[in-house]
Design a protein around this ligand. Structure first.
Ligand SMILES: Nc1ncnc2c1ncn2[C@@H]1O[C@H](COP(=O)(O)OP(=O)(O)OP(=O)(O)O)[C@@H](O)[C@H]1O
Ligand SMILES: [Mg+2]
Length: 259
């Protein structure tokens, strides 16, 4: 099994005459947190949508978990083990934590052919998963609408880990969260990566990138302008990569890192 969960090879995306992505190549290892940085309009969200099946690339290859993949929809990517977390999360707010966790995978027992939901068994599974992840939720029977943004993200991520997810993509996940919730969110990302899951997080906040990432990839005008281990760079250097200051041209796509 390769230690790479994701490899992007020369991804190009045009929207009509707009060249949003101009040959993006980089890789993400299992258990690695990659922070994706870049100015507004650099192409970060477009790239995440391509990885998660929301958009199709104009050209280029997406290798996921050892094989070239063409996800036709986010549902297909999700079924393969790619979870995408946006600010507006994908939980159902009018049902409780347990129902959200099991959505579509409920434990049922048939009695005389009639399916009966195994509520206690399901609640026990969710309680164990949350406890293992260090997430505190007042009650597993609380409707999700009464939980905070941070708690909702925790449920979503714990659910993903529990069902065997392999890669998490987060597009500015903490924009609407407070300081304490953001801190917990960053800790949760590290814990998820610690279980061998690859993480790509888009953030505009340099401190978050340096707090959570193993590697920083900078996108500028649709190209990779930097791909460097966090320990080998500094916020100042990353800012220069983002703005292009001190660089004549964006660095051409450097091939697949780590291969
Ligand atoms: N559906 C679309 N149709 C046309 N152009 C688009 C579309 N989606 C994105 N673009 C263009 O592609 C470029 C990259 O946009 P993208 O949303 O990926 O940027 P971003 O790096 O996520 O920026 P931000 O930090 O502001 O979220 C921009 O020029 C944008 O206008
Ligand atoms: Mg964006």
């Amino acid at each position: 099994m390769s230690d790479l969960i994701l490899q992007l090879d020369t991804i190009i995306k045009n929207f009509g005459a707009i060249e949003a992505l101009r040959g993006i190549s980089f890789a993400v290892k299992r258990g690695e947190v990659v922070a994706l940085l870049g100015d507004n309009g650099a192409g970060k969200s477009t790239l995440v949508k391509i990885i998660s099946g929301g958009l199709q690339p104009t050209s280029g290859r997406v290798m996921f978990d050892g094989a070239e993949r063409h996800f036709a929809s986010p549902a297909e990517a999700k079924a393969a083990g790619i979870e995408t977390v946006y600010q507006d999360l994908s939980l159902c707010t009018n049902v409780d934590v347990v129902a959200n966790f099991f959505m579509g995978r409920e434990i049922v027992k048939r009695i005389f052919g009639i399916p009966i939901l195994q509520e206690r068994a399901m609640q026990a599974v969710v309680e164990t998963a949350m406890a293992n992840a260090g997430t505190r939720i007042p009650s597993m029977r609380t409707n999700v609408e009464h939980l905070s943004g941070g708690q909702r993200q925790a449920i979503e991520l714990n659910r993903f880990v529990h069902w065997g997810g392999k890669l998490v993509l987060l597009d500015e996940p903490f924009a609407a969260l407070g300081v304490e919730q953001t801190r917990r969110g960053l800790e949760m990302i590290k814990r998820i990566a610690g279980q061998g899951i690859g993480v790509v997080i888009i953030t505009h906040i340099m401190a978050q990138a340096f707090q959570v990432a193993d590697r920083i990839v900078v996108i500028r005008q649709g190209q990779v302008a930097g791909n460097i281990e966090r320990a080998k760079t500094s916020p100042d250097e990353v800012v220069r990569m983002i703005t292009g200051e001190g660089f004549a041209q964006p660095v051409p796509a450097a091939g697949m890192a780590g291969t």
